[in-house]
Design a protein around this ligand. Sequence first.
Ligand code: NAG
Ligand code: NAG
Ligand code: NAG
Length: 438
Amino acid sequence: MISATIMRSLSCLLLAGLATAAVSPYGQCGGKNYSGDTSCQSGYVCQYQNDYYSQCVVGSDSSSSSTSTTTKTTTSTTLSTSRTTTSSAATSTAFVGTKGLEFTIDEQPGYFAGSNSYWIGFLTNNDDVDLVFSHMKESGLRILRVWGFNDVNTIPGEGTVYYQLLKDGTATINTGTNGLQRLDYVVKSAESHGIKLIINFVNNWSDYGGIAAYVTAFGGSQTSWFTNDAAQTAYRNYIKAVISRYSSSSAIFAWELANEPRCNGCDTSVLYNWIKSTSAYIKSLDSKHLVCTGDEGFGLDVQSDGSYPYAYSEGLNFTMNLDIDDIDFGTFHLYPSSWGTTNDWGNGWVESHGAACANAGKPCLFEEYGVTSDHCSIEAPWQKTALSQEGVSGDLYWQYGDTLSTGQSPDDGNTFYYGTDEFECLVTDHVADIQSAS
Ligand SMILES: *[C@@H]1O[C@H](CO)[C@@H](O)[C@H](O)[C@H]1NC(C)=O
Ligand SMILES: *[C@@H]1O[C@H](CO)[C@@H](O)[C@H](O)[C@H]1NC(C)=O
Ligand SMILES: *[C@@H]1O[C@H](CO)[C@@H](O)[C@H](O)[C@H]1NC(C)=O
């Protein structure tokens, strides 16, 4: 353990020079027109993602030898023994559904606001989980998208949560107190607060393991993962393990195949086939909950300006994938600074996806959007566009921030916090707009 840690720090120093490591975990550290700091905090390295975006990710450079594996960024906290009793207010047990171009929550169709938190299932203090859901409930946020995966190639140190160990061709699901029991508490607390969860099963990126962690254990590559039998068997077993825990829970908004799946340079049939077969598999386990892909919305000819996100280079065809029967709604994300577009361009991106969803007769969820500064002035117009766009039935900003027992929740640069002016603008005011529009 110690030597691995030292090696990681060393390689980080070598890559970053002797400059003070500055960019936060998962923050931007490079890309066309990027002028900020290019060095990452200790334990992270700057990894190229596309021409417009490099990101600080865990560990040593992927081109270096394989001794380094995933470490976790979760703040390690002591296990709380005190359980707060959460609000006992009656919440509906109806499942989330769709009606035409709208989602239904508690059987009411409408437009819903929500957020993302990749970290909530990795917390070890139940009170912190309850705090987030009580603040969300009070604020009128209805949906939280969380990471339902946390894959490692070596077991992390005590106090660090992980969900699945992938090693030497074998997958071992961790159902212990530092494993899926942490996600159990998230679902339980969401249930008692009336919050609906989107739970995904794997990451395209290497944060919290991702496809790269499967590749380390099962071989192949990032792009062959989608058709690699051993990797897909492990992935499906994992899906089954998670779904079997919560298939009767009214707190599930949807099951999601992956966070931002891409197959760079692949024919669009690769992802199409994978989405089709995986969504059918999920419906065979649980036909009552909604299923979505979790993609960024790339590859679209509706209102396309031919820019990188509208193109098909990441192996996605939005219209074709949305047509799959077992996919209940479309997802799209928006990060102009990572994609080489302007912030204003984002409004057209929202409109074009709403139009594509309306064509398909299914709702769209504006599932992630973020900027690293001027949150209110840049993101509020996107929210207004989404709210008035037919075919878009909800939005989830990236990402939720709050003050936990350990201090502020992780800030990847895009975070804004409960109780701030930005929260007032993008949550309180937005929720009021949604209410007056309905
Ligand atoms: C995830 O996205 C990055 C950025 O495009 C890409 O380099 C990587 O290959 C992707 N992974 C997969 C499995 O497509
Ligand atoms: C995307 O899918 C749609 C619907 O199947 C199809 O009409 C279109 O030609 C596809 N575009 C590309 C570039 O594959
Ligand atoms: C990036 O920089 C180039 C050259 O300075 C400029 O023409 C272009 O508009 C910039 N792109 C963005 C998205 O700011």
